[in-house]
Design a protein around this ligand. Sequence first.
Ligand SMILES: *[C@@H]1O[C@H](CO)[C@@H](O)[C@H](O)[C@H]1NC(C)=O
Ligand SMILES: *[C@@H]1O[C@H](CO)[C@@H](O)[C@H](O)[C@H]1NC(C)=O
Ligand SMILES: *[C@@H]1O[C@H](CO)[C@@H](O)[C@H](O)[C@H]1NC(C)=O
Ligand SMILES: *[C@@H]1O[C@H](CO)[C@@H](O)[C@H](O)[C@H]1NC(C)=O
Ligand SMILES: *[C@@H]1O[C@H](CO)[C@@H](O)[C@H](O)[C@H]1NC(C)=O
Ligand SMILES: *[C@@H]1O[C@H](CO)[C@@H](O)[C@H](O)[C@H]1NC(C)=O
Ligand SMILES: *[C@@H]1O[C@H](CO)[C@@H](O)[C@H](O)[C@H]1NC(C)=O
Ligand SMILES: *[C@@H]1O[C@H](CO)[C@@H](O)[C@H](O)[C@H]1NC(C)=O
Ligand SMILES: *[C@@H]1O[C@H](CO)[C@@H](O)[C@H](O)[C@H]1NC(C)=O
Ligand SMILES: *[C@@H]1O[C@H](CO)[C@@H](O)[C@H](O)[C@H]1NC(C)=O
Ligand SMILES: *[C@@H]1O[C@H](CO)[C@@H](O)[C@H](O)[C@H]1NC(C)=O
Ligand SMILES: *[C@@H]1O[C@H](CO)[C@@H](O)[C@H](O)[C@H]1NC(C)=O
Length: 467
Amino acid sequence: MRSSIVFPLSFVLPLFLGSVQAQDSGQNSSSSNSSAYITQWVSALQSTGFNGFADTLTKINGTSPAMELFSQLASGRNFTVFAPDDSAIQQIPSGVSQNTTLLAEYIAYHFVDGDFTNTSYTNSSGSGGGGSSSSSSMSSSTETSTATQSTAALLGRRFGILRRQDGGGNGSSNSSGSSNPQPFAGIWPNVTIGRTLLNASALVALGGNKSQVLAWTRPTPESNVTILNQASGSNNITVVNGTSWQNLFINRINGTLTPPGNLTTALTAINATALQGVLGGLQLPMNGTNGTAVEALQCAKGITFFVPANVAFTAAVNSSLQGLQSNTTALTALVQNHYINGTTLYSTQFDNSTTAVSAAGEPLHFITNATGIFVAGANNSIAQIIRPDVLIDNGVAHIIDQVIFASESDPSQAASAFQSATSAAAAYSTTETGPIGIFGGGTQSTSAQSTSTQSSSSEVQPTTSSG
Ligand SMILES: *[C@@H]1O[C@H](CO)[C@@H](O)[C@H](O)[C@H]1NC(C)=O
Ligand SMILES: *[C@@H]1O[C@H](CO)[C@@H](O)[C@H](O)[C@H]1NC(C)=O
Ligand SMILES: *[C@@H]1O[C@H](CO)[C@@H](O)[C@H](O)[C@H]1NC(C)=O
Ligand SMILES: *[C@@H]1O[C@H](CO)[C@@H](O)[C@H](O)[C@H]1NC(C)=O
Ligand SMILES: *[C@@H]1O[C@H](CO)[C@@H](O)[C@H](O)[C@H]1NC(C)=O
Ligand SMILES: *[C@@H]1O[C@H](CO)[C@@H](O)[C@H](O)[C@H]1NC(C)=O
Ligand SMILES: *[C@@H]1O[C@H](CO)[C@@H](O)[C@H](O)[C@H]1NC(C)=O
Ligand SMILES: *[C@@H]1O[C@H](CO)[C@@H](O)[C@H](O)[C@H]1NC(C)=O
Ligand SMILES: *[C@@H]1O[C@H](CO)[C@@H](O)[C@H](O)[C@H]1NC(C)=O
Ligand SMILES: *[C@@H]1O[C@H](CO)[C@@H](O)[C@H](O)[C@H]1NC(C)=O
Ligand SMILES: *[C@@H]1O[C@H](CO)[C@@H](O)[C@H](O)[C@H]1NC(C)=O
Ligand SMILES: *[C@@H]1O[C@H](CO)[C@@H](O)[C@H](O)[C@H]1NC(C)=O
């Protein structure tokens, strides 16, 4: 049966009211409302040194993804923005900046649903000058304060309740810390995942037409927030400082964000050459027929792929794999025991009670402890996640240190798990407005029925129904 997660009413209700209010603004007026809103924001950006970003918003004005983006921003909901600084904005590849529709889609990837301001950061920083961050620290939002209190322990562990960074590193930000709010951020290898506004079908293929996510971390508690999965060579894209404007929490970043590419691109980027070799010779089922393994994996609408790093392919493992070469069924099952078909599970969604069903129909369990996060497949085969949350356009890959040596399969379990993942995705109707994972999916219902929140949570934890 599905596990359901019940939210405190005080937590769901304000959001429900919020959505009614948003609908009230009407359709005819909404486009002119959003136009006025964006015009105001553009001039606010210009006056705070975001000239390039302001110009870009003006440039994409009129394209359909931009109109969708603008109307969401003007809806009154809260958003967290990762706004490229002026030198970063010039680095958008010309192939993107010359196509305003594509540019608007890329820009949508810079907006995360929800206010990710870490209010504990501003609150816990002692009495020194909490003044200028008044909106986040004072107005006692039921949503934010309830969520913060009820999950303080979890946030503290996984997202790192921050102390004020005295001097923000090297004394550069002196006493202005309070006017420089910080986003929630896990400390590496813990990450924070937020749902963005990028949902262009050419760039994202997650179940339930969900928007793509953005992942970030702090390499150490002292360092700046670093955006993950950005192929910027040796230069990580980091958050410079933060500010807010109306319903927007704006984080200045020193790069522009590129939406995740396909599986092949990701496997190449992380140098998973040994796994690519295994996949190369294999066919996997793909909507009724067989395709090359890579084609089949890329065809999934939502996937969680446990990718063994090259170190996992020891001589012993390679020799066992060699022994399976003539046994296609076993080799196929072994590969299928490394992914979950139809479901995208980020590392923040794994805890000791999370279970899932692999594409081979075998149970997967997760273990989290002080050492890290582990995935356990059939056959008591356990691997540690050594690099979480490598995002791909149709899901996520987690890099593991061992091959999950399980070639068992249960096709009927696989089919039923896929079926429930597909129907859960179809029923998805939530807006995630906080870090994904803390609330068992970070879901907060904006639809009238809290049951939709629960069914979406079950998608997050597709428990076996064998019991
Ligand atoms: C966007 O276009 C509309 C309609 O042409 C215009 O009224 C508005 O001022 C433009 N907004 C910006 C920020 O360029
Ligand atoms: C937006 O965030 C502010 C500050 O956290 C909060 O007071 C307000 O209630 C939020 N609004 C919505 C619609 O969630
Ligand atoms: C511009 O980008 C959009 C969205 O990705 C795409 O559909 C369209 O074909 C592109 N136009 C050109 C001229 O490349
Ligand atoms: C990461 O999160 C886990 C589980 O919440 C926690 O036990 C661990 O201390 C965290 N690690 C860091 C470096 O924050
Ligand atoms: C970039 O960030 C990642 C994740 O925190 C870290 O492991 C890596 O060392 C960073 N690279 C550089 C060049 O700072
Ligand atoms: C954090 O970012 C600020 C502004 O870019 C920079 O001055 C500071 O050195 C950075 N801190 C670290 C630890 O990298
Ligand atoms: C962003 O700033 C950090 C310092 O905080 C630096 O290490 C990094 O290389 C910069 N990234 C880019 C893309 O310039
Ligand atoms: C953030 O950093 C930029 C560049 O260093 C600076 O111009 C701006 O004033 C800072 N903003 C805040 C709110 O501190
Ligand atoms: C994956 O993406 C790359 C880069 O966009 C592209 O060249 C390649 O054809 C794609 N591969 C597949 C199998 O779609
Ligand atoms: C990729 O992995 C191979 C085999 O482990 C190693 O020899 C090679 O140096 C790695 N390449 C990169 C760019 O890390
Ligand atoms: C089924 O597979 C074909 C490739 O053979 C692909 O073009 C098509 O989009 C797939 N259909 C679905 C619903 O995924
Ligand atoms: C797909 O491959 C499997 C294993 O090789 C085989 O048993 C099955 O008949 C193939 N299915 C189709 C439709 O070709």
